[in-house]
Design a protein around this ligand. Sequence first.
Ligand code: SF4
Ligand code: SF4
Length: 365
Amino acid sequence: MTVTEDMNSQAGAERQDTQVPRQPAPADPSRVALKTSRRDFLKSGGMLSLSSLMGTAALMTESDDAQAAIEWAEHFQKNYRLMTPEEKAEARARLERRYSEEYGKKVTVDTTEAQPGVLMGYALNIRKCIGCRRCVHACVAENNQSRGRNRPGEKIEWIQVLRMERGKFEAEKMNHGYPEGLGIQVGGNAYTPVGQVLEGQYHYTPDLVPEKDATYMPIACMQCEKPPCVKVCPVRTTYREPDGVVVIDYNWCIGCRMCMGACPYWARRLNVTNPVLPKEEMNPVTHYLGNRPRMRGVVEKCHWCLQRTRHGRYPACVEACPVGARKFGNLLDPNSEVSLILARKNVFRLKAELNTFPKFFYFYD
Ligand code: SF4
Ligand code: SF4
């Protein structure tokens, strides 16, 4: 028996003991109209003369429409990294007013910075995961992701739980379905991806999980120490914070999708449409660089729940996991749960050969 087979069979034994109903996806939401994006503005602004800009500004200032005035101010705000503390406070107050009005409840926009001496890290027990996708739903609810289902791209989920076939890799299986006499399939000649028939399925909907012949692999942003997404961003809107979390200043994203192409972990999502975020489902506790509402045309991704973790709480997915597969902590603290896992367990990183140095570690006992 190989290491993988051994791991899978033991994992299967554990999983059958903990079989639980899969959590249903949230109910169909209504739509919410959002603002014009910076990209739209830049596009149209390029065709406006200075006088017409000033004229429009005057109109906006005189207007009773508070939201329009706030949007106008947002168009001119600096990249978050370049703002002074006063400018940050102004931007925060502006957004809190805007969101509170838009969602009909008191919304806070946190600007807490990275804490000194903290480098956040994540560990996931790949043997324990039962594929229930509760982490996915908790993440969507906590981080105000788009719930739409009516049009392609309306639904956004930062976490994917891949369902894969459990089993052995056999020559006999490889020959199956291939023209007689041509032997074992290789590379691009393969008619079907033998041994990986379930790979890539992340919208599976069984009544009960774990399933007998499946194994599960949750994936989200790995918060790479050398993030390719940051390297390629032409407007420097995405960057690594001192606590190791890679963030996005949504107001500066131009939606070019360079980062999506560069990320080897399929972690980034583009808001192709206006995000669908029903008022009653909106989480009002937000962070500027985290779960505040996004706009059409900007990219987003997991940020390890900055609105929680910078205040000593666990990410929502860690709290939601019914089998305790997810662990989170400070990599610089040798006694944190995640540091102890790194020291004592069998650990691997996804696509380690790419030298992106993820701070998301998979482990098994
Ligand atoms: S996983 Fe992708 S999005 Fe996340 S930091 Fe790495 S390259 Fe960037
Ligand atoms: S990580 Fe936990 S919550 Fe997510 S699918 Fe696996 S068992 Fe379920």
